[in-house]
Design a binder for this molecule. Sequence first.
Ligand code: UDP
Length: 332
Amino acid sequence: MNVLVTGGAGYIGSHTAVELIHAGHKVIVADDLSNAKAEVIDRIETITGTRPAFYPIDCKDKAALDAVFAEHKIDAVIHFAAFKAVGESVQKPLAYYRNNLDSALTLLEVMEKFGCRKFIFSSSATVYGPDNPYPYKEEMPAVKSTSPYGQTKVMIERIIADYVAANPDFCAVLLRYFNPIGAHESGLLGDDPNGIPNNLMPYIGRVAAGKLEKLTIFGNDYPTPDGTCRRDYLHVVDLAVGHLKALEFAKDKTGVEAVNLGTGNGVSVLELVSAFQDANNIKIPYVFGPRRDGDLPAFWADAEKAKTLLGWEAQYSVEDMCRSAWNFAKNA
Ligand code: UDP
């Protein structure tokens, strides 16, 4: 298939582009490089031997998207391009709603114009919000998140469901990610955010590299076994393969499906720090700080639907995630 990957120079998008190319698909990347580097395209080529077509465009730019669809016969779209910093979204809600909603709407309009009917959407476990019990199951109400960022995912899921209801020949898969970490085994692709990282693993990577002094663990008084938050961390390569499976599923299907991509296991912040230290033989200095606003004590996936519907199951261990994350971070 000819697959348009928006945000294909980003962390998850680049790993997905690699898996798509390995599986024989033609990849067209659209990425405005607002939080990614152009050299990622070179690195995708180094890993796969194939250079994806690359358009440095903003998905809100309808004319630019139109030109991409006119140039390539796009069979499916995987939509990653979005603002994703939870804390920043609380400070700048309008920017988040404008960017994330407008990008998705523009993309769907251009897809409609060109008769493209396969859509894989980058959603998040945050759509389950604070009220559902874990493990999260897809049939639970996914209508309230704790941040404007998360709320853009809730809203776009709804827009897509409404669009599918009106267009029964369309197929959309809403992939609800848990916590992707780790990096490509080549060490060429990984999570390398601009500025000080918000997320746990890139922060640990910078501490390990000596670029940051110590990790602050946000809260050790949660009602969890060791007092720190528990999350469902999964290897980014497993996550990328999940997109490939979703694409294969959507190929000859119609309708909309939400699917969790997680391992089904909860790991605490302290356990992850300890796993990183053991896997890489590096000490990570840390201190306990106050809780971070909006963090939930614990959640993880019910991973059954991904298995039965997509034939997908996470393969990599927490040790693999920690080793590969450091293999990338030490050269980043
Ligand atoms: N966390 C932390 N220190 C940091 C960054 C994150 O203790 O510098 C914790 C955070 O409170 C949460 C977990 O690590 O419990 C995962 O946070 P992350 O931002 O990576 O993902 P989230 O689950 O918030 O999407």
